[in-house]
Design a protein around this ligand. Sequence first.
Ligand code: KG4
Ligand code: ZN
Length: 346
Amino acid sequence: MPLVLGIETSCDDTGAGLVRDGVLLGDALASSMDEHARFGGVVPEIAARAHLQALRPMVEHALDRAGVALCDVDAVAVTAGPGLATAVQIGLAAGKAYALALGVPLYGVHHLAGHAAVDTLEHGPLPPSCVALVVSGGHTSLLLLGDLARDPITHLGDTVDDAAGEAFDKVVRLLGLPYPGGPAIDRAARDGDPVAIRFPRPLTGPGDARYGFSFSGLKTAVARWVERHDGPVPVPDVAASFQEAVADTLSRKAVAACRDHSVDTLLMVGGVAANSRVRALTAQRCAAAGITLRVPGPRLCTDNGAMIAAAGDLLVRAGVAPDRLDLAADPSAVLRGALLHGPRGR
Ligand code: KG4
Ligand code: ZN
């Protein structure tokens, strides 16, 4: 079975992973998060420079952990978009260089397809069809998936403004908590009351887009509440109530999408899927509706190299034709299939 090297550099994490036949042999991750924290968000130039420094060491670490040599690699998969343009370019250039030097095929993977594919490393092959909720820092989408390597992906709904992760990252600024927002709110919310404040559940009214998302108004509702509040802000209560609004909205829409499409499996992936309340509430609602919930462990929900290797492994095993070495990055690529340039090989 072919050994696939995966490379991920779309944001502030430099990831490398090695997958063979659905099994993660080893991976390594470096983050430039600390260098961005004082700016309250990722600075693309800083991220790109950090990727340049960390990429080769991460590939070497991953190879060491997997107990294989670079010359054992049979295919290279790399994130070709979406993401920060300068950051994606570094990984893609490295992926091309490895593929060229080794004389092996190159697969330019769509980052979000990587998020979905990573679950196969923990829970085995995906069913023939499922609904996927992809919740990351830049995207919030409800998708209908068939064969991830071969079939086109159907978008049931996407966010019309901020992504769920973006809302977490903006709300921490209002609360004076550190970047990135998700983990900080998750921690603060442990000591808070999720029903202390009733924040809005966006787009959940009868006339609203059933699978559409909008988190910008929720963030503004938190800002208004904090502004109007007299005295010290009860940070744990605000964090828990905000987190509850996000978890309620995401899980309600995801379960509705499964029911409406008679699908019995929900795949929940992306950085926000690491959130403890999002996981718990979605698990509870899926159990009540007879839906099997598949969600990777928190470490594999956030960006990593294993997810891109997992997507590459699915593409290689499906016999999908690889990309050419002049493949261009697309920082704002829409998700149509596991390959950045859409499903092929049929
Ligand atoms: O998937 P990801 O690592 O990168 C993107 O593709 O964007 O997602 C990052 C996002 C950030 O917005 C971060 O705040 C959020 O995921 N996140 C979380 C948690 N861990 C990371 N959000 C809520 N709760 C968490 N525990
Ligand atoms: Zn991501």
